[in-house]
Design a protein around this ligand. Structure first.
Ligand code: NAD
Length: 481
């Protein structure tokens, strides 16, 4: 079995506790690697290493162009190792190999993009109404950034933070999910090979309440970029506030996917299926509430069931598989628990919602995609994030009712509307309370644009040209003759 130590100061470092825990393949249920159980003592070592690297001339004094060159080399190494990284991630998380191999190559794009932006950040010259007085604003890095990430897309969600943070000149300590740590240790090794000076990128592993909390509270940590669930996000936000640290929080969702009467139904059904059932529903942006106009409700439900009947469920390492296992045991239990909650609330289970049995399902950690109809928006199944392949279909009779239901949630991560009318689409764009709105598509994302949540779905934004600003502070410089 492979053993992964912590990665601090450009080398593997055993945890102070001397303890390791197993990381398990969701498909087989077998442990395949041992992961270091870091503690507060290791958090201190890692943050100090990152702080020393931030102040060291090898990082502080290099030009932004040179930083970009290192990040470009990092990206090229990620591509060169994409298959290996993808296999590790697939093993740890149960993601479909077909999906993860594309996703890892996408990770490299994030580094290329921010490598390109690194030396194009000009600051601003500010007009001052006094002769002989000159003022400009410099954008400077913050210092040590702590990136805390979840298990559902370990490399990708880390890259969203890492690439702009490094491009802006910070140093980083990554704390991946305790369920999916291995690929991040491998990534950090590639960073060193690419030329990142020792201590610029560190990865420490272990549990959120132990090492995660200690990283956030460390006095030398200046910024926390967090992706995860509500409880973790709240704990991180409160701990960071105590130390006056800025945060970016990418949290959960209960995103509405709205099919209007004039939609192209074939296209909308395909979008609804990938919207909720992609990655077995384990995505923050999952379109878990499908709002369907009365006139097409039955046709849409029939179409969804038809697609799911032929979906290939099974071994995620098979390129033909379309629906893989649930990533962790607790998550699997939680999803099946929500199916029971929905039934007890009176929702009608039209399809799936059970764990299939048979040798083709490995250790059995699967959920057959579930479709519920007869859902009203005040049910728990419509208000709480399941983070699994469970779709709630909710009827509406006019556009205003659809908008009211769509916005009747404390989340605001994403939303979609399917219609042939540009005018109606723009009305929905105007009124939907969500950080991302898709028109006639679902799940489109790119490193070139912004992503983040309204309301309880988060604070701050990732991606796009402005994301480096999340990792900078401004210095106002006054010059007189
Ligand atoms: P989680 O909150 O349990 O864990 C996320 C990370 O936070 C892990 O590394 C964990 O160890 C750490 N953590 C937990 N408590 C902590 C604490 N008190 N202090 C410091 N660190 C702590 O989330 P998860 O179950 O791994 O991921 C699923 C959640 O992530 C879902 O709610 C999903 O919606 C969300 N998510 C959001 C986005 C987004 O971009 N908005 C993307 C993917 C996932």
């Amino acid at each position: 079995m492979t053993t992964y130590d912590l990665y601090i100061g450009g080398r593997d470092v055993p945890p102070g506790s001397g303890q390791y825990f197993d990381t398990v393949e969701p498909f087989s249920g077998n442990a395949w690697a041992r992961i270091a159980r870091g503690t507060a003592q290791d958090a201190d070592t890692a943050v100090r290493a990152a702080h020393a690297a931030f102040e060291h001339k090898d990082w502080r004094d290099i030009t932004a162009t040179r930083r970009g060159a290192i990040l470009r080399r990092f990206a090229d190494l990620i591509v060169a190792h994409a298959d290996r990284l993808g296999q590790i991630e697939q093993r740890d998380n149960g993601k479909l190999i077909a999906e993860v191999s594309g996703q890892v190559r996408g990770v490299a794009e994030w580094f290329h993009y921010y490598a390109g932006l690194a030396d194009k950040d000009g600051g601003r010259v500010i007009p001052i109404n006094k002769p002989g007085v000159f003022n400009y604003i410099r954008h400077e890095p913050l210092g040590v950034v702590v990136a805390i990430t979840p298990w559902n897309s370990p490399l990708a969600l880390t890259a969203w933070k890492l690439a702009p943070a490094l491009a802006a000149g910070n140093t980083v300590v990554v704390k991946p999910s305790e369920f999916t740590s291995a690929s991040l240790i491998e990534l950090a090794r590639l960073g060193t090979e690419a030329g990142l000076p020792a201590g610029v990128l560190n990865v420490v592993t272990g549990f959120g309440a132990e090492i995660g909390d200690a990283l956030v509270r460390h006095p030398l940590t200046r910024k926390v970029a967090f992706t995860g669930g509500e409880a973790g996000g709240r704990a991180v936000n409160i701990a960071a506030a105590e130390g006056f640290k800025s945060v970016t929080l990418e949290l959960g969702g209960k995103s509405p996917n709205i099919i209007l009467a004039d939609a192209d139904l074939d296209q909308a059904i395909k979008g609804a299926v990938s919207g909720i059932f992609g990655a077995s529903g384990q995505t923050c942006m999952a379109g878990s509430r499908l709002l369907v106009h009365d006139s097409c409700h039955d046709a849409v439900v029939a179409g969804l069931v038809e697609v799911l009947k032929s979906a290939r469920i099974g071994d995620p390492s098979d390129f033909e598989t379309q629906i893989g296992p649930i990533a962790t045991r607790p998550q699997w239990e939680k999803i099946l628990g929500y199916v029971e909650i929905a039934k007890a609330e009176g929702a009608v289970l039209e399809y799936g919602g059970y764990a299939p049995e048979g040798p083709q399902y490995g250790c059995g950690q699967f959920v057959v995609p579930a479709i519920f109809t007869g859902v009203s928006n005040d049910m728990r199944i419509a208000q709480e994030e399941v983070f699994g392949p469970v779709l709630s279909v909710i009827r509406f009779s006019d556009d205003e009712e659809a908008l009211r239901i769509a916005n009747d949630t404390r989340f605001g991560l994403a939303a979609a509307v399917w219609t042939r009318s540009l005018e109606r689409a723009m009305h929905f764009v105007d009124r939907l309370q969500a950080g991302t709105v898709w028109v006639n598509n679902y799940r489109s994302t790119s490193f070139t644009t912004t992503f983040g949540g309204y309301k309880d779905s988060g604070l701050g934004r990732e991606g796009g040209p402005d994301a480096m600003r999340e990792f900078q502070q401004d210095k106002s410089v006054w010059i007189t003759g």
